[in-house]
Design a protein. Structure first.
Lengths: 212, 194
């Protein structure tokens, strides 16, 4: 005997239309639809639609689960909302016209970053907000604060972040070094607007003494 | 099998030696295996396995996970090793964490380490802690800054916690633990009085 086809309901409707007699109706019994001896095409059509909805629901749940996994472990898409990284990344008041970037999560396996990376991280004073800034100081490095001539050491397990737009950036100059555990990902590409599509390069701010 | 055509007539090649005969039998057998069907079934099984792994990831990261804490810093509530705890991942995201809860967090000294400690103070709370437990009775009082929490191990004589690395941002909290499911003699709430 042939194996029953995947989409049983469709095959059921097709074969019932073909035979159309009561004797043939009683032959078809599946786990989804139990055909009583008295059946009509209309009832089978309704049951076919319900199982269509069920398969659409199953596909969306599966797609959602796979999407969440990919977004958690590999790559995610983020819309920029602040002005602290201008002109590398800009935001506008309307969500549709702000820059959209791609961020990779593979770096969260070993937490190995390089100076100049652009990273996403949770704000240390509000865990619900996510910031995007450039990594200036790695753990254990001595860096010079831009305004004063102070030299500070970035503690182990922490990093110093600053935005490209120094005037409008609330960053480590205000809230100090942040623990690496707050980092959510590393920005690799800009994917919107089309004029700015391309890699986000590792950049060191000009006239800034490199750390030692 | 390669069969050369000569002027419309097809002449099968006769194997010229026993090893060539074995070779042609082998090749015939290879061609008889239903590769396409096997590839189709393998890819559908692979897809099912990928969906299963994704579901496991989503549940253990966002709903309910399992933790195997080790170390002496949370004695006597948690054993030094061998405990299996249920980790609630929903509560930290919604902010349902308060003083007295045992939480899992990424260590501020090394983000690859996950540590289990008890929350003693939320933002704005005043926390009084022993500076040098075991050697002196001196204590200090701090106010926990906004967005941060103060965590301390139950075993203050052997715990590396906020007394050493200061208050930690709430964003480092990854899960809340309240139930133990192993060993069987201690199944139940972590803080039950036996």
């Amino acid at each position: 005997p042939r194996r029953p086809p995947r989409n049983r309901s469709k095959a059921l409707v097709a074969s019932l239309r073909l035979h159309g007699t009561e004797e043939d109706c009683s032959c078809f019994c599946t786990s989804e639809v139990q055909i009583l001896p008295v059946c009509s095409d209309r009832i089978v059509l309704i049951m076919g639609a319900r199982s269509q909805l069920w398969s659409i629901a199953k596909m969306s749940v599966t797609g959602g689960v796979i999407g969440v996994t990919i977004s958690d472990r590999y790559v995610t898409v983020v819309a920029i909302k602040g002005h602290s990284m201008h002109p590398t990344m800009t935001a506008t008041d309307s969500a549709l016209r702000g820059d959209i970037v791609l961020a990779e999560k593979a770096c969260l396996d070993q937490y190995k970053f390089s100076r100049g990376d652009v990273i996403l991280f949770k704000c240390p004073s509000n865990h619900k907000e996510v910031f995007v800034k450039r990594l200036i100081g790695l753990p254990g490095e001595w860096i010079q604060l831009p305004a004063s001539s102070e030299i500070i050491k970035v503690p182990q397990g922490h990093c110093w972040v600053e935005g490209d737009n120094a005037a409008r950036s609330w960053d480590s100059r205000s809230f100090g070094p942040i623990p690496l555990g707050l980092i959510n990902g590393r920005v690799t590409h800009i994917i919107w607007p089309p004029s700015k599509i391309g890699r986000v390069e590792r950049k060191w701010p000009e006239d800034r003494i490199p750390p030692f | 099998l390669m069969i050369p055509k000569t002027k419309g007539k097809i002449i099968p090649i006769e194997p010229s030696s026993p090893s060539a005969a074995a070779m042609s039998r082998f090749v015939r057998r290879l061609a008889g295996i239903p590769w396409r069907q096997i590839a189709g079934e393998a890819s559908s099984v692979g897809l099912l396995m990928a969906q299963g792994l994704c579901a496991v990831h989503v549940v253990s990261e966002h709903v309910l996970g399992v933790a195997f804490p080790r170390g002496p810093s949370m004695l006597p509530a948690l054993n030094m090793a061998g405990d299996v705890l249920l980790t609630d991942k929903v509560s930290p995201r919604r902010g349902w964490v308060g003083p007295g809860d045992v939480v899992l967090l990424l260590s501020p000294e090394d983000p690859r380490k996950i540590v289990a400690k008890r929350v003693l103070g939320m933002e704005g709370d005043e926390v009084t802690y022993p500076v040098d437990a075991g050697n002196s009775d001196a204590t200090k009082t701090v106010v926990v800054p906004q967005g941060h929490i103060w965590v301390q191990g139950d075993n203050i004589y052997s715990s590396n916690d906020s007394r050493q690395f200061g208050p930690v941002p709430y964003g480092l909290v990854k899960g809340k633990m309240s139930y133990r499911i192993w060993p069987p003699s201690r199944i139940g709430s972590i803080d039950s009085k036996e």
